[in-house]
Design a protein around this ligand. Sequence first.
Ligand SMILES: [Zn+2]
Length: 177
Amino acid sequence: MEDCIFCKIIKKEIPAKIVYEDENALAFLDVMPRSKGMCIVVPKKHYTDPSDDFETSSKIFDAALIVAEKIKKSLNPLGVFLSVIQTQIPHFHIRVYPVYQDQIPLFENRPQQTTEEELNSLAQKIKNENVEWKGRKEKIVEKIIEKGVEKQPEKEEENEQKNEENDFWFKRAEEMG
Ligand SMILES: [Zn+2]
């Protein structure tokens, strides 16, 4: 999208204080934060509604969780809020807000006054914090067990219909892996 501000940030046409980047996602500081260190996580691909691309959206949620952990470790807030709300920017994004004793990031709040210097220092702190990701695979395995569709390879020819369902979950697990 030509006029999309997030697409311009992704293409590095507009400078941003980037705190995290991977194959699918980019996260940067909000320059008008409702709490200090508030970040925005976006897919590198332009789309508006999270349901427009399930696969990518779930990876963006992963990235948002990583960013939330990085914020927790580096800025030591009381907690972190995540929100997905449609705004005037038609590019799917997740907002990650640190919550401090004196800064509860509510929508009625005015943006916090933040200087360029302060933004740079916040971005640096969040960026430098390494977070190990170990969520996704375990989750998928849990789901397979819940559904009772864990299969043994030798049973494959016995029940075609059941296997179709099994294949779906195994394919999912593979894709996610
Ligand atoms: Zn865009």
